[in-house]
Design a protein around this ligand. Structure first.
Ligand SMILES: Cc1ncc(COP(=O)(O)O)c(C=O)c1O
Length: 463
């Protein structure tokens, strides 16, 4: 995208979001040029284009103003002071829709987690640390937990780090948000996989990033494309989920991981490696994290434990080099002054237990069974997908004759929900793809729900 187009998009997005309302005076050409670090002529051209399209108007040579009728309506928010700052969270909107057949939650069925034992761990924590509720955690996270995780990462993945290189966050969602606040200024280029985790798109957009999509394939990325984007756009980072990727389930092979880290180091582009599904493999452990290949500190590793340990505890770890870590503290302290200590201690003791090891083995089997049931139900259709070797989702392509929007609308009426592929695509183009999660509902419901969904699709596209 050329610079003028980027400035145009930046102004237009803010108008649409209602940050600048109708008849509001827009920032002067000089101010905007300084804010966005571009030439005044670039801003002038962007304003002229908006004027030609009747999105803004000029008044008495005093500047540019928002044309009436341009701001997006906010259905359920009456207060302009609130609505002017509201962003979209597409995934949470889908999750809000009540459904008996929940294929949109990439979460483990609560019945597959060892709930009875959690209460024992919670009780044990109060006995061991009687003052656990009477104190804050440090901002960086409980030292005992960080020590334990640094040993775990070193033994398991040969990471070179100490407890000082780890920050505990409230889930990886918070980690992504903190990193985005720390690293992105409006108009900064960032690379994102296409498709990707939809909430990550929303977070980076909220910071005003210019998103450059990089296609992910069953074999990984086209590294020549990645290199040319790193050269051309000088992105701040590449956010990626290379292991049992959400939504596709693809895993980037070890050889590419090494090459990708070399590219990142050559072009000084951070890799934000989001790794919440690593432990949910069916046959074989996936290749080591990108972080294990890094020597110059360009990989930031985000490891959530929500998906299989205990989602309710909201525990994730961010591993990074010291110069980034000090800025991460600042942003984390502004966000919440530290993740609750009680959650960290319960997590720590459960994470270290034999029970977790037994649980994860059984969980892998249970999830593999559910995946097979979903695939079995789909086998009679002409929908296509690559069977994932781990993770929680199938990324399914519908035949061109089925409209995904229609199928979603009909499904919601029948109490079935799934994630429309378009919200996982930074360019919103994946119109014939859907994400179906097999992890949340039990085998019986899964089978019944899939039959219903397929029947609905046949009504839209009779054989
Ligand atoms: C790729 C990816 N990153 C981050 C998250 C958020 O995880 P957490 O529960 O740790 O915030 C998810 C949740 O589905 C995810 O799929």
């Amino acid at each position: 995208m050329d610079k003028c187009k980027q400035v145009y998009e930046y102004i237009w997005n803010r108008v649409q979001r209602g940050e600048w309302q109708e008849h509001d005076k827009l920032p002067s050409v000089r101010m905007l040029a300084e804010e966005l670090n571009v030439h005044r002529l670039t801003v002038f051209k962007a304003y002229q284009q908006l004027k030609d399209e009747k999105k803004v108007y000029v008044k008495d040579k005093s500047g540019y103003y928002v044309h009436p009728g341009m701001t997006m309506p906010f259905d359920d928010l009456d207060y302009p002071i609130v609505s002017s700052y509201v962003q979209k969270s597409h995934l949470s909107e889908i999750h809000r829709v009540p459904a008996a057949y929940q294929f949109s939650y990439a979460l483990i069925d609560p019945n597959l987690l060892p709930n009875r034992y959690f209460s024992e761990y919670a009780k044990e924590i109060f006995d061991r640390y009687p003052k656990v509720l009477s104190t804050y955690s440090t901002i960086q996270g409980d030292e005992e937990l960080r020590e334990t995780l640094s040993r775990f990462f070193t033994n398991k993945h040969q990471f070179h780090l100490t407890a000082d290189d780890i920050l505990i966050t409230s889930g990886s969602q918070q980690a992504i948000d903190i990193l985005a606040r720390m690293l992105v200024q409006p108009m900064d280029a960032v690379l994102l996989e296409r498709p990707t985790y939809s909430a990550a798109i929303d977070i980076f957009r909220q910071q005003g990033a210019q998103i450059i999509p990089v296609d992910i394939h069953p074999y990984g990325y086209d590294l020549e494309q990645v290199e040319s984007y790193m050269k051309q756009f000088k992105p701040r980072f590449f956010y990626l989920n290379p292991t049992f990727h959400n939504p596709t389930g693809y895993t980037v092979p070890a050889e590419q991981r090494k090459q990708l880290v070399e590219l990142a180091e050559r072009y000084r582009c951070f890799l934000l490696e989001d790794d919440p599904f690593r432990d949910i493999y069916f046959d074989r452990e996936p290749p080591p994290p990108l972080f294990a290949y890094g020597t110059e500190g360009y990989v930031v590793y985000i490891r959530s434990f929500s998906k299989y340990v205990a989602p309710g505890l909201r525990i994730a770890a961010v591993c990074s080099q010291p110069s980034l870590m000090k800025h991460l503290f600042t942003v984390k302290s502004l966000a919440d002054n530290g993740t609750p200590l009680l959650n960290q201690k319960i997590f720590l003791h459960y994470f270290m237990s034999k029970r977790l090891q037994q649980h994860i083995k059984k969980l892998r089997i249970a999830l593999n069974v559910r995946k097979s049931i979903m695939e079995e139900e789909l086998s009679g259709t002409n929908w296509t997908w690559d069977s994932p070797a781990g993770g929680l989702n199938l990324w399914v392509k519908l035949p061109a004759s089925i409209s995904m929007d229609m199928l979603l609308a009909k499904s919601i009426e029948q109490s079935i929900s799934f994630v429309p592929g378009s919200i996982c695509d930074p360019s919103k183009e994946a119109k014939s793809w859907i994400r179906l999660s097999y992890s949340y509902i039990n085998e019986h419901q899964l089978s019944a729900g899939m039959k219903k969904l397929i029947r609905l699709s046949e009504q839209l596209d009779p054989p």
